[in-house]
Design a protein. Sequence first.
Lengths: 457, 485
Amino acid sequence: MKIVILGAGQVGSSVAESLVSEANDITVVDIDGTRLRSLQDRLDLRTVVGSAAHPSVLLEAGIEDCDMMIAVTQSDETNLVACKLAQVLFNVPTRIVRLRATDYLSNERVLGPDCFDVDLAICPEQILTDYIVKLVEFPEALQVLEFAHGKVSLVAVRAFQGGPLVGHPLKDLRKHIPSVDTRIAAIFRSDSPILPEGDTVVQAGDEVFCLAATEDIRQVMHELRRMDKAVGRVMIAGGGNIGLRLARAIERDYAVKVIEYDKRRCEMLSTRLDRALVLQADVTDEGLLEAENVSDMDLFVAVTNDDENNIMSCLLAKRMGARRVVALINRRSYVDLLQAGQIDIAISPAQATIGTLLAHVRRGHITQVHSLRRGVAEALEAVVHGDRDSCRCVGRRIDEIDLPKGAAIAAIVRGDKVIMAHHDTVVQAEDHVIVFVTDKKLLPKVEKLFEVSVGFV
Amino acid sequence: MVRPFSVLNVLSVLIVVLALAMLLPLGVSFMYGDAARRAYYEGVLITFVSGAALWVVTRASQAELQTRDGFLLVALVWTVLPAFAALPLIIHMPELKFTNAYFETVAALTTTGSTVLSGLDKLPPSINLWRCELQWLGGMGIIVLAVAILPLLGIGGSQIMRTETPGPMKDTKLTPRITETAKGLWLVYAIMTLACILVFKAVGMGWFDAVVHAFSTLSLGGFSSHDASFGYFNSPAIEAAAIFFMLLGGVNFGTHFLAFRRLSFAPYRRDPEAGAYVALLTTSVLGVAYFLFANNIYPSFWTALRHSAFNVVSIATTAGFASTDFNQWPIFAPVWMLFLCCFATCSGSTGGGIKMIRAELMVRQALRELMSIIHPRAYLPVKLSGQRVENNIIFAVLAFMLIWGGSVVVMTMLLAASGLDIITAFSAVIVCICNTGPGLNQVGPATTYAALSDFQTWVCTVAMLIGRLELFTLFVVVTPAFWRK
């Protein structure tokens, strides 16, 4: 597939990186030549220097015969103009646009066919905010993902000594909680995947991915670790776009404190926030953290623009007694250094936001893609079409489907019903299938499975 | 720089308008054939000629007024017009003396409603009409003053209400836009008054009483054509109607205007004061009713509620009608009512006092101080309907409060020194500076201000004026710096 990416910022580069590895032709456009050069050094792609909103630049990038345009520059307006140009002048079939301002998103007609005609609008800040809000709601989880409009959830939990299931084989789960239908989709033990079988024994320290109907999630997590008390107090370090959105999203239900260094930004924050307390200080100011009782915080979230600041303030908060610390970290090398260390959860903004985008890029009938473990694994939701002859899934038992090793069907959503996949479950047409893939290299094979052969129209 | 002649020119027009306004009671006097007709002939003549003469003299200095001229104009309007308005009273009742007649018309034009007259039922109808019409005209002036002019002059933090007025009013000149604003507000005021007249008539008043009481109800004035005020009618339906229209009068007319224009309730919900105003009054009415019932003042809770509802709303909205002698109630109830009249009404209404918005800001400022002791590094803006309120406005409100409190103390001391008991003195100053009407003890609802000495009457007159003009307007005019070129 030929894809033009406008903007080589954080989102642009990580999208490019994920897509290059999947055998696509990528062209990246940015106004800043140095950024492009560093990208070109690392990855096999073409770059064009120039303004993404100029038709001539777009032409040079080969937009005329591309299959998809992804506009992720810093400016909403540039993205929208490029999108409209791509549609009117160059007939680009799929146009994805990054939008920050909620103004554009709140009115449907702005993005509709008679205005800018955007196929998919993504807001990375909002996606990240949703991600963190989930962590506030489920403080035991490392990550919470929703499928099939929130009916099914996938949670990543670290198993701890003391959880009823820890030290026992997985098949005991059914005895412990007979009323709940759940499935352990994968287990990562010291960063390598284990495909779970009935007699796999869960060990303390394992990262366990379980899938269950959303309302049962808490019970399942309870099997793997003692439950913490619910989150009541949250401290947010950094009042940027994400910090503000996060504070607005949770200030009604939790006691929230926001720390921000910039005084003018503080004024703005305190105006926009109704209940959250805005504190003007450096996020690594030990005295302030102590004065504001960081030791009583149930959750400390560092979301400044600066990786080092996030890491340091989290380490500080953890040492001073915050129950759980979450840091936003862009650099992948830092993330690998830190996870499972003193920082409870490290979130990579690029990886967290990329899933939505990837779902659109993928062939077949993939409706949702979530990146797991910072992009190593993926969980995807696909809709099955066709019949026994035109599709390789329909009408077959799960153990008859030719899934590559390392991929597993975890659950099926049929209408409003959630069915946990067993080896004898039969897949029907129009089912939503949730597939867990422990290695990204297997993706093309998995996608093929859900494609409908040419005979089917 | 102030241009007194240009200001006088505008004032002269208003004096002529006042002369024309006297034609209404003159007509009524003809209709009823009452004894006051001659007083109006002379009153109209003197007023009209004075106004016209002033206009001719100052005609040469006609000019667009600047902010500073606005202070002088406002101060002059509320001090000079009552003098002319008092003419019919003095001519008809020469025994009244200028001091008392001026007090009466100041009480009318500031919509205070404290009176020195007794035997109202026996007065010529035209005199009663004139008193109430003056209140209604005063209400008109106050709406424009409160919604358009004071915010423009930035009195006591009232500039925050600027955003609430219809249309952008960013420039500092008293431009024609105020005229447009005023027309809209007056239309709302007139429609409400008309509605009030019809409702009063429908629930049992005669036409004359309906008109007179509608005039003094919507302006939150409080004059009545009966000594017993609303107690004369002894009708729950009339009291309920009056409560409703008094409540309307206590809400910002800018908000009424928006609601009328859009035909929706949304402006009331967005109004930062209306919610607190209604909530405070409702809880007070219920609380006082329970208090009266628990103290066995009334045999049943419903009777207590009826009297509590009418009198609490009447005093709190600074109207000042009475349906019973609440001076006889245990002291907590009337003192609570006095407290309410200081804070309850919304800015931009015809009510008086400190205004709900300043009270809200002060409470929030106090809470902010408390919070900033606990969290020294926190940013704690004072907010009003989601908007941040700048510190200079908070300072202005605090200064306003300080001067307000200071004025109350000084004038209470003056009244006490001149021989009044402290409750009479304090309540008289409070009800005058809040433009409410009846106070406690010697100036209670069952008595009048006639018992006060000349000196005491003048203190009360000044209290009414500075209260109505939100202190600064009057005080700034008497500072030397104001007149310096």
